[in-house]
Each structure stands twice: as C-alpha cells, then as structure tokens.
Design a binder for this molecule. Structure first.
Ligand code: 5CA
Length: 160
C-alpha cells in the first residue's frame, strides 16, 4: 500500500473524516507546507524522529516556527541524550521518508512528545506519508490519537 494510503487507512479504521490532500506543490518543509495550504507556519506540525542514547525512537511533534531542543527531549523521556535521526534511520524506524513522516499511522505507536506551543492553534496541519501530502486535524484530536505528552520541548525564543 502507498504510504499516503496507509495514513488514509488509519483514519478510515477509526471512522474519522479527515481528508488527506495530495498537492501538486511540494510540502517537504514546514514553510512549503504553510505556503501550499495558506496556514500560519506555526500551525504546521513537524514530525521529527529522535533517537535516545538507549536507542529508543522518539517522535517529537513540533510547531513549524519552533526549533526542537534535543536536551529537553532527552530529559522528558528520561534519557541522557537524544539526537535527530538521519534520513536512513527515519526510513528504517518509521517506514516513511523525511518530508513525509506523519504523526500517526506508524506500524507500532511511537513514544510521542508534543510541543506545547502547538496549543496556540485549534487546527493544525501535518504530513500524510509523502512530501506532497497533508491533512488538517483539530489539535485536540491529534493529542488523542498520538497519546503524546504535551511539554516544553523547543528552544526558548527570546526577543531581547
Ligand atoms: N511535510 C513537511 C511539513 S509537515 C515535513 O515533513 N516537515 S518536517 O519538519 O517534519 O520534516 C522535515 C524535517 O526533517 C526537517 O525539519 C529536519 O529536521 C529533518 N531533515 C531534513 N533533512 C534531513 C536529513 N538529511 N537528515 C535528517 N533529518 C533531516
């Protein structure tokens, strides 16, 4: 099954009417995705794979306008360190390719952390299995489906 259809299947199995859109334009990065759907950059969910020093795979859902903080991510899951996965590792551990990793529809559910700044938005957009596929979802439903822990996992931005 195509990776985009695996995401569709995930929603169908749960009777969720969430439309997966395959666009003509690339949505490989959060900025491209924001431009393609006309949504604020912060409402684009980056689905980032981190690997802890004990080899656990962590899925971090981060707002498009924020930078994930690996030290905070490690701390939240009780690891010493965590690092962003390489493209090859992302493919091996999720079956999806970078630019299309979805926050849901993983073969086995991943330990998930959710950037608390995503709570600014009632609706967010996330990748749907391919670098031109997205879906809109209520933030509340995303939290329920991923059973993620909402926490401070991004770099603090200072304006001074
Ligand atoms: N479809 C878009 C918007 S939802 C998307 O998937 N964005 S993303 O942020 O979740 O995926 C791109 C991320 O992959 C980048 O933020 C970056 O952290 C990571 N990435 C990009 N290139 C590489 C690479 N060569 N190695 C490891 N990670 C990479």
């Amino acid at each position: 099954m195509r990776s985009v259809d695996r995401v569709r299947e995930f929603f169908a199995q749960r009777d969720l009417t969430i439309e997966v859109k395959e666009l003509a334009a690339s949505t490989r990065t959060a900025q491209l995705a924001a431009d393609a759907v006309g949504a604020p950059l912060g409402s684009i969910v980056k689905s980032l794979i981190f690997i802890a020093d004990d080899d656990r795979t962590i899925l971090a859902l981060v707002a498009g306008d924020q930078r994930a903080d690996p030290a905070k991510i490690a701390r939240r899951v009780g690891a010493q360190t965590a690092r962003i996965a390489t493209g090859e590792e992302v493919r091996a551990r999720t079956s999806y390719a970078i630019g299309g990793v979805p926050p849901v529809a993983h073969v086995t559910p991943l330990e998930t952390l959710i950037d608390d700044t995503l709570l600014r938005f009632e609706t967010v957009w996330a990748a749907a299995g391919a670098p031109n596929a997205l879906f809109a979802i209520s933030t509340k439903t995303l939290l329920e489906l991923t059973r993620g822990r909402v926490d401070e996992i991004v770099e603090r931005m200072t304006t001074d």
